[in-house]
Design a protein around this ligand. Sequence first.
Ligand SMILES: *Cc1c(COP(=O)(O)O)cnc(C)c1O
Length: 393
Amino acid sequence: MENRLSSWAMNIASSPTLIVDAKAKALKAEGKDVCGFGAGEPDFDTPQFIKDACVKAISEGKTKYIPAAGLQPLREALADDYAAGKGLKNIKFSNIVVSAGGKFSCYLAILAAISPNDEVIIPAPYWVSYPEMVKLAGGKPVFVYAGDESDFKITPEILERAVSSKTKMLILGSPSNPTGSVYTKSELQAIVDFAIKHDIYILSDEIYEHLVYDGVKAVSPATLSEEAQNRVIIVSGFSKTYAMTGWRLGTLCAPDDIAKAVAKLQSQTSSNATTFAQYGALEVFKKPELAKESLAMMLEAFDRRRLMLYDGLNSIKGVSCRRAKGAFYLFPNISSFGLSSTDFCSKLLDEELVAAVPGIAFGSEPNIRFSYAVSDEIIKKGIERISRFCSKL
Ligand SMILES: *Cc1c(COP(=O)(O)O)cnc(C)c1O
């Protein structure tokens, strides 16, 4: 056979964040004392009340197929949250799809909107999966860049240089993985105006919507006007907010036609996300006080670690780090050392057993990504090691 693998399989890259994590885990398994800042998931356990509801659902036999788009009461609770909680207009359960993870929600949204040769503007630094998903839909990623000096946030002026008659979508992540940046309402308004002017969709990845600090609030571009809502596809989920990465539950809130198309695509591919997992997630809306409590506990720890890591990194000569206000990442600039981000990270792991992700994986060579979803002890130890490493460069 000449072409054993398809062009889809050949053209897609492996997730570089998962690769770093795998290398760090392998070293750990060998008994090495690794400070792992590579992982993109909360280090907390899923709140007990959510686990209990899932176990109960299993005991009660909630182990069968349900409608592909998701558990009806969960879709209704999510619709209610988007309508009453966030102020979206005319949102019904039919605008909501529950999928097997926010990642899959993103992919289905792209599949629903992008045809071969359509262009999708992806601001760098970007989440590693966006370009690959666009390619899997036959679309063409078009990159724009905003670095440290602009807090990693793009503006309409930057977008104007990338837009063409083939542009169909802009992908926006706020709070951002990998930078932690959060767009303000007025910055988003300008971007929404750009999207309306050029008649394109915004895929708004809001998976970190609840993980914000320094008093900022994450705004969804969909909430800015009805015209905005009609072209914004919101992706979110439970993974980051409730430490449920392994549950594989993501959500999507979209205009009627897109939501319907996503549900159809899902019905022919994965079918419904795991039934009893959805019963667990439903508990977030049935017991809002408990949900709030567990989120507040995690936020307090994240914020403390964020500041520890921020101060620690900035105390190292040659490293400069912006005070990111969202998610659980810092994205310091290490370009003063004259190493590529890949060489920097691989030396750092080899010499000091500290794992971080090279910025080039996210389309930003001057930076590296640290996740602060790790213990205070690891942050303390990690800073000492990074400091020693940098002083030798
Ligand atoms: C973690 C993450 C997701 C979704 O993760 P799932 O585990 O699939 O729910 C989506 N977007 C970004 C930017 C993420 O970091």
